[in-house]
Design a protein around this ligand. Structure first.
Ligand SMILES: *Cc1c(COP(=O)(O)O)cnc(C)c1O
Length: 368
């Protein structure tokens, strides 16, 4: 028998979630963000499953975009941070990729470039995230410089929302970010792209010509407070393993490294074949939820590299909590959001952290 840790990926759920995004915001177009190996779900399988639904994908680099070409898909791919080196530009042009332009160094290199055919550019404006983009004051000039280039055939203006997921964030609001966009763009009918998943799910005003959802496609909601739309999402990844040992631990005995857990009563402990080298965070606190044979309980003691330990003491049915019993770490029946909060992180980090040694097993409708 093989080591039982695996990530089941339901491609039908990813299709469902994409369709949630498009039916929620029919006024614009939706591209599928598949950076970081489709948030850990496998870029070849995910892009294949979405190929007939989406008109474009988005990745963080040309290398990630070329992985989509490698499976034979012809879609445009937006490079969310553009190029890192001007040497990428001819390949971007040949492949029909779209490049973000977020800084003057990129604009200068694009101005000097000689390209086999014109490219589409997404001009990034910094409306308050303060990570990438031209200031609102510089943006119009940058737009005109791009317009003057014969090898730029289309310009979309994009910005990124910093706090669309938290309703009463102390940070800049979505409305305040929108107000910083130069009016000339909206008045001239320039194509705009502002909404990430949180924008799609909760901010109609941010939904313009192009939506850019990522995390919601994988079935996790970024919203701090759920709404009817976020409740329709279906988790796509279910991370499971099995119990490989059980034991009784006497009061006063410790479990795992460092003695973080000390039994205050007689405890039944199950050892599960999954650990931080599989991507289950070592930061998980005592009691971080798990499902053992469908029964809810929590982890005890520190997560090890290849194993973790769970509390079986109060489970009603020990026959469903024994060697061989399946354990769900997160997925269809236990939201990654909830597990992430026990690990001081977010579902994005859990999904992208699942390591290569965990086999991905696919189910659900592929592209018809
Ligand atoms: C990752 C990313 C997105 C998708 O964000 P989600 O929160 O996963 O929906 C959208 N736009 C940009 C620029 C990104 O980098």
């Amino acid at each position: 028998m093989a080591r039982p840790a695996m990530a089941e990926i339901d491609l039908g759920s990813i299709r469902h979630n994409f369709q949630c995004a498009t039916s929620l915001r029919p006024q614009g177009r939706t591209l599928a963000v598949v950076k970081a190996d489709a948030y850990g779900h496998g870029v070849a399988e995910v892009t294949g499953a979405l190929a007939d639904l989406t008109s474009a994908f988005a990745t963080a680099s040309i290398e990630e975009a070329l992985a989509i070409r490698a499976v034979g898909l012809p879609h445009p791919v937006l490079l969310l941070e553009g190029f890192f080196d001007a040497e990428e530009l001819p390949e971007i042009s040949r492949q029909g990729f779209w490049s973000a332009i977020h800084h003057d160094w990129q604009l200068q290199q694009l101005e000097r470039a000689v390209l086999p055919s014109p490219i589409s550019v997404w001009l990034k404006v910094d409306t308050g995230m303060h990570r990438l983009g031209f200031t609102p004051a510089q943006a119009l000039d940058a737009f005109r410089r791009l317009q003057a280039l014969p090898h730029v055939d289309r310009i979309v203006v994009m910005s990124h929302l910093a706090n669309a997921d938290v309703p009463d964030s102390p940070g800049i609001s979505v409305a305040a970010q929108l107000a910083r966009l130069p009016r000339e763009f909206t008045e001239a009918g320039v194509e705009l792209s502002l909404a990430n998943s949180a924008g799609v799910l909760a901010h109609e005003l941010a939904c313009r010509q192009w939506q850019r959802p990522g995390i919601m496609l994988y079935g996790a909601s970024p919203l701090a407070q759920q709404n009817p739309h976020s409740r329709q999402l279906q988790p796509a990844m279910t991370l499971t393993s099995r119990i490989i040992a059980t034991r009784w631990v006497e009061p006063g005995e410790q479990v795992g490294y460092g003695g973080r857990f000390i039994a205050s009563r007689r405890c039944r402990v199950g050892t599960v074949a999954i650990g931080y080298a599989d991507g289950y965070p070592r930061q998980a606190v005592e009691g971080t939820p798990v499902l053992v044979g469908g029964q809810r309980t929590g982890i005890v003691g520190r997560v090890s590299m290849d194993m973790l330990t769970v509390d079986l003491t109060d489970l009603a049915d020990f026959t469903k909590a024994d060697v061989g019993t399946e354990v769900e770490l997160w997925g269809k029946n236990l939201l990654a959001t909830e597990v992430a909060s026990g690990c001081d992180t977010i579902p994005y980090h859990l999904f992208t952290g699942v390591t290569a040694r965990v086999p991905r097993v696919y189910s659900g409708n592929r592209c018809p």
